[in-house]
Design a protein around this ligand. Structure first.
Ligand code: NAD
Ligand code: UDP
Ligand code: UDP
Length: 343
């Protein structure tokens, strides 16, 4: 909902032959892969809002047109249905590479495709960055730390990852993507940035993606018990999506390659999260215990001192403030779904 005014632009041409935005910055053309997804669509809103041109590449595996439909008709927005596993030719200034299923349910659905997306997809986007001299940002993940033996996790930690487990397609896929990114930087001089994103929540998450926040919120709204896996004592640290988007942009625009942890250090057990959801949505909500999944990390919490110091970034929205912001969106979508079923 940021305002953009065309009238304050100077007709001076930038590197790619486009007019600058505001004072001191030219308009850029930016690719966001996975831009029809949860995080990607919020990032696109921010980039469009500040006056840039955005091309979204998405194969709609987990993304939805609804996430970007409000931008249709905007002359600075373009949506391409394309799978990043296949090469593509574009002329751009920056590439935010997000395309990849992110929730365990989605990335385990077709693990080989998840690896191909992470390896071949990242290779293609780096090849594109190299050809046109674009700056490339990889959205990696806290999963590169695996089931961490260091707590909280610093960027210097190399991780504890099972190479042959059910989560490996994602964890090892992202680790390889980081390797490719650094090799294109060292070998070909590509300007790169690496973000390691910790659990993020907010409006537009898939209702059925199986992640804990979306599950608990949808369950509480539907008056179903919240499903706690295992003993519920495992921890995660939950970041509101706008904080992440600010961090990604600060990283892209800054001078440092990274990797940078981008997450909210507020740490919760799953039982504590269930309490917060209960307080926020329905005091009568109940929980139900289910067996845990394989290789579930026991704890996770980012050390964000590096991002604080070098990117001047830190999250602003604690869980108790962020959760209500996603509940309205979930309520509306669940209501629409029920109406669609004739309920
Ligand atoms: P999401 O599933 O909502 O978005 C991913 C998008 O990528 C979807 O729109 C999907 O359709 C698209 N996509 C998947 N495979 C593709 C392919 N082969 N070609 C083109 N498009 C493809 O997930 P998200 O939460 O928005 O995650 C975005 C990125 O952030 C991912 O790379 C994810 O690994 C990373 N990340 C997210 C979190 C989190 O908590 N949300 C945490 C760590 C890392
Ligand atoms: N690539 C792409 N778009 C481009 C440039 C390259 O999709 O604009 C793909 C290309 O098809 C290749 C990959 O990126 O599969 C890596 O490209 P690079 O030039 O680094 O390697 P090469 O083509 O020499 O193997
Ligand atoms: N989890 C849970 N109930 C659910 C979904 C997940 O208790 O309905 C737990 C899961 O076992 C894990 C944590 O919540 O310990 C976070 O899971 P999620 O899939 O959201 O993300 P992850 O951090 O594991 O990628």
């Amino acid at each position: 909902t940021q305002k953009f005014s065309v009238s304050n632009q100077n007709p001076i041409h930038g590197k790619m032959g486009r007019v600058p935005v505001g004072i001191g910055r030219r308009r850029m053309r930016i690719v966001v892969t996975g831009g029809a997804g949860f995080v990607g669509s919020h990032l696109v809103d921010k980039l469009i809002g500040r006056g840039d041109e955005v091309i979204v590449i998405d194969n709609f595996f987990t993304g939805r047109k609804e996430n970007v439909v409000h931008l249709f008709g905007n002359p600075r927005f373009e949506l391409i249905r394309h799978d990043v596993v296949e090469p593509i030719l574009l002329e751009v200034d920056q590439i935010y590479h997000l395309a990849c299923p992110a929730s365990p349910v989605h990335y385990k659905y077709n693990p080989v495709k998840t690896i191909k997306t992470n390896v071949m997809g990242t290779l293609n986007m780096l090849g594109l960055a190299k050809r046109v001299g674009a700056r490339f940002l990889l959205t990696s993940t806290s999963e590169v730390y695996g089931d961490p033996l260091q707590h909280p996790q610093k960027e210097t930690y190399w991780g504890n990852v099972n190479p042959i487990g059910e989560r490996s397609c994602y964890d090892e896929g992202k680790r390889t993507a980081e390797t490719l990114t650094m090799d294109y930087h060292r070998g070909d001089g590509v300007e790169v940035r690496i973000a390691r994103i910790f659990n993020t929540y907010g409006p537009r998450m898939c209702l059925d993606d199986g992640r804990v926040v979306s599950n608990f919120v949808a369950q509480a709204i539907r008056k179903q018990p919240m499903t706690v896996y295992g003993d519920g004592k495992q921890t995660r640290s939950f970041q509101y999506v706008s904080d992440l988007v600010d961090g990604l942009v600060a990283l892209m625009e800054g001078e440092h390659i990274g990797p940078f942890n981008l997450g909210n250090p507020g740490e919760f057990t799953m039982l504590e999260l269930a309490e917060v959801v209960k307080d926020t949505i329905d005091p009568s909500a109940t929980i139900e215990y289910k067996p845990n999944t394989a290789d579930d990390p026991h704890m996770r919490k980012p050390d964000i001192s590096k991002a604080k110091e070098l990117l001047n970034w830190e999250p602003k929205i604690p869980l108790r403030e962020g959760l209500p912001l996603m509940v309205n969106d979930f309520r509306n979508r669940i209501l629409n779904e029920d109406e669609g079923k004739g309920a």
